[in-house]
Design a protein around this ligand. Structure first.
Ligand code: PEP
Ligand code: MG
Length: 538
């Protein structure tokens, strides 16, 4: 048996045969061409042809896997229109190089740029750049499109899977994924999560031909990939797998059920999302609504600010997908670990204590106003609630309210129909928790961000792995702040939820109900598990 470890991006156990997916190795050589102008024409024609292919793929994917997964082909078309990318390739051709080499250079350069970024989502986009470059190169070399063919359900093992490969997969033939490259936000990971299939990325395995067809186990609980395991280990994994499948089936039965204890106490269970696609997972998990849409993800993975129109479309899409269920959208929380170049933020000694979230919004109002306009325009299309992150004072909330009123007046003057969204704040600083009695008089709801509240209360950096041992997530100080916040909310007649990771901690579910938490917002994959914990309570 050979044992490899990797990063689990989806829990679960898959047992089956390896399907080794190896791409044809395209040989790229740098040759000088006699007529660069003609070569540039050939390059531009190939780009056009690639865009036509992408339009066709989009249409096919719409039918096979739905709009959310099809959308990636639209993104690819946009990348193929990126002027920096096109200019880089054209520049090489103008230097006299052949188009294949020029596209390869541009693709490598841009993919490396993305791969080196701090942000996980952005790193995931390196695969998209490689994907579009390969597509153009295949057209230039007159090679057929790549496909994955398999008759039986298999465990797909690959160096990396491009977005176009993942959406073309026959979903009934895949048991799990293992990739050498990839990240938590790579398309393999996103697809695995949406298909509920165990998946590992960054598995350091040699992709030699002998691997193909071998029996293997992907264990997403342990983050391990076993090739040709011994009988005894295989039997253990079969037991674990059956347990997992039984657990999933039991959870499935909870769909459509209420989040209510045996004695009749109920609580809302909502889902946290980061983009429009995640809303689909939230619906599939039977979430009662969206308790936290981390809107900053709309700002990541790009080179310019998202426009009012773009944001409006995303917010509206989520609201429409949730069909009248509440959607709490948090204004952008850029800064700290979520850095974006085009914001032009200066390096800071203590980024978590620095210029982030509402602090940027109240300082650079134009950014804030664009987002608020998009949110209020979207408010006409569903049950929107808006919340603001990193609040520390009543003054901030009052200033936010003034800006909100100004934005609403403008939009009404411009003739937009508006809804009447609830306005809330995140309680994620000890300061906000300690003055929550006063803050409660200014807003319609609180959502407790336990991730930041923990790091600021315990002075434990949430990014520092070394501190995991001393980070007591049930620390009495934290629990007291949560209890105080909920009590102050209720005394002022407003609701209070929890949207940090602690909301999904079922060791605390009973306590949350006891102190009267009104809503728990958790990852879509945790919704049914938490519902099960609520229903098991006396
Ligand atoms: C939190 O701090 O608990 C929270 C939900 O916000 P984020 O994790 O995005 O900082
Ligand atoms: Mg936070």
């Amino acid at each position: 048996m050979e044992r490899y470890t990797g990063k689990s991006v989806m829990k679960g156990i898959a047992i089956g045969r390896v399907y080794l997916y190896q791409k044809v190795d395209i040989q790229v050589t740098d040759q000088k061409v006699p007529d660069p102008a003609a070569e540039k024409e050939r390059f531009l024609a190939a780009v056009e042809q690639a865009k036509e292919q992408l339009t066709r793929l989009y249409d096919e994917a719409m039918v096979n896997v739905g709009e959310d997964h099809a959308a990636i082909f639209d993104v690819h078309k946009m990348l193929l229109e990126d002027e920096d990318y096109l200019d880089t390739a054209a520049g090489e051709i103008e230097e006299g190089y052949n188009a294949v080499y020029a596209v390869d250079c541009a693709g490598t350069q841009f993919a490396e740029l993305f791969a080196a970024m701090d942000d996980e989502y952005m790193r995931g986009r390196a695969a998209d750049i490689r994907d579009i470059s390969r597509r153009v190169i295949r057209i230039l070399l007159d090679l057929p499109e790549e496909e994955i063919r398999s008759e039986e359900p298999v465990i797909l093992v690959a160096d990396d899977l491009t977005p176009s490969e993942t959406v073309k997969l026959d979903k009934t033939k895949i048991l799990g994924f293992v990739t050498v490259k990839g990240s938590a936000n790579s398309h393999t990971a996103i697809l695995a999560r949406s298909m509920n299939l165990p998946a590992l990325v960054t598995v350091n395995i040699d992709l030699s031909d002998e691997l193909h067809g071998k029996t293997c186990v992907v264990d997403g609980f342990e983050g391990e990939f076993l090739v040709e395991p011994e009988e005894e280990i295989l039997s253990e994994k079969v037991v674990r797998k059956n347990q997992w499948v039984a657990d999933l089936e039991a959870l499935e039965k909870l769909k459509g059920q209420d989040n209510v204890t045996k004695s009749g106490k109920r609580i809302d269970i909502f889902a946290n999302i980061g983009n429009v696609e995640d809303a689909e997972a939230a619906c599939a998990a039977d979430a009662g609504g969206i308790g936290l849409f981390r809107s900053e993800f709309l700002y990541l993975g790009r080179e310019t600010f998202p426009s009012e129109e773009e944001q409006y479309k995303s917010y509206r899409a989520v609201l429409e997908k949730m069909e009248g269920k509440k959607v709490v959208i948090r204004t952008m929380d850029i800064g700290a670990d979520k850095k974006v170049d085009y914001f032009g933020l200066e390096p800071e000694e203590n980024p978590a204590l620095g210029y982030r979230a509402i602090r940027i919004c109240l300082d650079r109002e134009e950014i804030f106003i664009t987002q608020l306009r998009a949110l209020y325009r979207a408010s006409a299309h569903g049950k929107l609630a808006i919340m603001f992150p990193m609040i520390i004072s009543v003054d901030e909330v009052q200033r936010i309210r003034q800006i909100v009123e100004m934005v609403k007046e403008e939009l009404i003057k411009e003739g937009y129909p508006l809804g009447d969204p609830e306005i809330g704040i995140m309680i994620e600083t000890p300061a906000a928790a300690l003055i929550s009695d006063r803050l409660a008089k200014e807003v319609d709801f609180f959502s407790i961000g336990t991730n930041d509240l923990t790091q600021y209360t315990l002075a434990v950096d949430r990014q520092n792995q070394k501190l995991e041992g001393i980070c007591d997530i049930h620390h009495e100080a934290l629990l007291r702040l949560i209890e105080m916040t909920v009590k102050n909310a209720h005394e002022a007649g407003i609701w209070a939820g929890i949207c940090g990771e602690l909301g999904a901690d079922t060791e605390l579910t009973e306590w949350f109900l006891k102190i009267g938490v009104d809503e728990l917002s958790v990852a879509a994959s945790a919704v049914l598990r938490v519902r099960g914990a609520v229903r098991a309570l006396p």
